[in-house]
Design a protein around this ligand. Structure first.
Ligand code: GLN
Length: 400
């Protein structure tokens, strides 16, 4: 099994024609393929339970399906306005005002994108120029590495402490006059860390002092446990015009395949993000944007039930992993368990292969969340039905 893309030098060019001219160097050669999606492929190949890729295997709310079908039947099948349908932007402005405490003008400060993945890349391409430094807390969601490469950013990684608190001295050292942006993710993937208001205020002060932009991926904002509260750095004083807040419908409403997300930022930043977005994708799917309006109108109980359901799933998988000898902490948010596998004496990729092939459960090797290290970790998602998780736990009993 190949875990990392081979170096261009290690593989003969497969092209004929002009691309076969040596040496052929591509931007794509400088980062690895997605390990998460590679694990999904392997799970399918081995008929394993896919606890690798974070997507629900249960249905989305019926209100969303009905609204999507209605929109298609009503012939909302052509391009929406490139930066998003007006009624979706208006509904979203209301929601982020109430939930995130961010005041946005739907006409000039919202861009609806193809998932948060596009928002992050569009923000990086729009706001970072080659050579700029970008601070990335580590471990980090695997996309941020390639996003940095594609935008020409020089990543500067800052590790969390063992208990996931932030090391203020390390953060101060990471910021310099060259720091253009910091990439935040709260609740975090893969650790589930939820940044506190104090931590975000400290980071906000660094951003203000160094004239830096915070690009914050808040896709798991409604998946929180044990009374944790979500804080958006964009709501803190002085951050109004230096934050890109990224969100998505994928995880909150269990529609990861719809590819509808958004970036909120002040007008000057949004103007640039919209230009990149326009040429990357033209726009997010028009009928699904209408269904997302219905999503934003779901009652408050929907969010309470979502968090309660994930809390139950979190505990269910946690117990199964503990029983199998895989130790981890209960996360504060998001839907992953990040396990310590050091007692098994196997590197993460070897262990992941063993799990998928002989136990029938797929997980993500920890090293895909680090620029270096993480071989003593595996990530499991619990964004699955209770039945799927029960079966995974049963299979994990065979782990030896
Ligand atoms: N965000 C999800 C995860 O971390 C899925 C993303 C992906 O397909 N890479 O598993």
């Amino acid at each position: 099994m190949e875990w990392r893309s081979p170096s261009p030098a290690g593989r003969p060019p497969v092209f004929s024609g002009p691309l076969s001219r040596a040496p052929f160097v591509s931007r794509a050669d400088s980062f690895a393929e997605s390990v998460i999606r590679e694990m999904t492929r392997l799970a399918l190949e081995h008929d394993a339970i896919n606890l690798a890729q974070g997507f629900p295997d249960f249905p989305c709310p019926p209100e969303l399906k009905d609204a999507a079908c209605e929109a298609i039947q009503a012939d909302i099948n052509q391009y929406a306005i490139t930066w998003g349908a007006k009624n979706l932007r208006e509904e979203l402005a209301r929601k982020v005002g109430e939930y995130n405490g961010i005041d946005v003008d739907p006409e000039t400060e919202i861009t609806i994108t193809c998932g948060s993945t596009e928002s992050m890349l569009a923000a990086m391409l729009a706001l970072v120029v080659p050579g700029d430094e970008v601070v990335v807390p580590e471990p980090f969601y695997e996309n941020y590495g390639p996003d940095a490469v594609l935008s020409g950013a020089v990543p500067h990684y800052v590790s969390f402490r063992h208990d996931l608190s932030i090391d203020e001295e390390a953060w101060k050292t990471a910021f310099s006059a060259k720091t253009r942006a910091v990439i935040l993710n709260t609740p975090s993937n893969p650790t589930g860390k939820v940044f506190s208001k104090e931590e975000l205020s400290f980071i906000a002060d660094l951003c203000i002092d160094h004239d830096t932009i915070a690009i914050t991926d808040e896709i798991y904002e409604h998946i929180l446990y044990d009374g944790k509260k979500h804080v958006s750095i964009g709501s803190l004083p002085g951050m109004e015009d230096r934050t890109v807040t990224i969100g998505s419908f994928s995880k909150t409403y269990s529609v990861t395949g719809w590819r509808v997300g958004y970036a909120l930022a002040d007008g000057a930043l949004t103007e640039r993000i919209r230009k990149i977005h326009d040429f990357l994708t033209v726009g997010a799917p028009a009928p699904l944007q209408q269904a997302c309006v219905a999503a934003l109108r779901l009652p408050a109980e929907y969010y309470r039930d979502l968090a309660a359901d994930y809390d139950r799933k979190r505990r269910l998988l946690y117990r199964g992993l503990q029983k199998a000898g895989l130790s981890c902490d209960l996360p504060e948010g998001a839907y992953y368990l990040f396990c310590d596998i050091s007692s098994f004496g196997m590197a993460d990729t070897v262990f992941a292969r063993h799990l998928v092939e002989t136990v029938g459960v797929a997980a993500v090797p920890g090293s895909s969340f680090y620029h270096a290290g993480g071989e003593d970790r595996l990530r499991f998602t619990f964004s699955k039905s209770d039945e799927t998780l029960d079966e995974a736990c049963r299979r994990l009993e065979n782990l030896s």
